[in-house]
Design a protein around this ligand. Structure first.
Ligand code: ZN
Length: 176
């Protein structure tokens, strides 16, 4: 397995819409190896989610996973679609592996229902809440060329990490 290089804000690939993965290609060595490398890179950073465009491959594939109390299982989503957004909105601090050193508050629906293919190419259909729902929406934004900064409604919450730790929160915010 190899660690992949993270594309940072300003890299045009982060602003492109990613192409669908041909379901017949999911089980190929190339895609399976890429998924393993993406997971390894996410764990090494560390982050709780990583989208293929963030490592300069513009395809609709994301990985995520987070241990601990608010955590969620390791998940691979290929060609994901959100088919339902819950009516309630929640505000969370977000950070991004492609946006070094910044945190900002983003408001998103608290529940999403997702359809996608898994790494075996099987259909998944599930509902996610809490951090899982935030992570899914953040990652899927990467597939349409958006970053969390575009989703911020109040730019006055944009905070550098040092000041964030000092003034806002002492627990680290997971970066996605
Ligand atoms: Zn991100």
């Amino acid at each position: 397995m190899s660690k992949l290089t993270i594309a940072k804000l300003g890299n045009p690939i982060l602003r492109q819409a990613a192409a669908k993965v041909d379901p017949r290609e999911i089980r190929t060595y190339d895609i399976q190896q890429f998924i393993d490398d993406l997971i390894q890179t996410m764990l090494d950073e560390p982050g709780i989610g990583l989208a293929a465009p963030q490592v300069s491959r513009s395809i609709q594939l994301v990985v995520m996973g987070c241990e601990g109390e608010d955590g969620f299982p390791q998940t691979v989503l290929i060609n994901p679609k959100i088919i339902f957004y819950g009516p309630e909105l929640v505000e969370n601090w977000e950070g991004c592996l492609s946006v070094d050193g910044l945190r900002g508050k983003v408001t998103r629906p608290s529940v999403v229902r997702v359809k996608a293919l898994d790494r075996q190419g099987k259909s998944m259909d599930f509902e996610a809440t809490g951090l899982y729902a935030v992570c899914i929406q953040h990652e899927m934004d990467h597939l349409i060329g958006k970053v969390f900064l575009d989703r911020m409604t109040d730019m006055s919450t944009l905070t550098q990490i040092h000041e964030f730790n000092k003034y806002w929160q002492h627990d680290p915010v997971p970066v996605i």
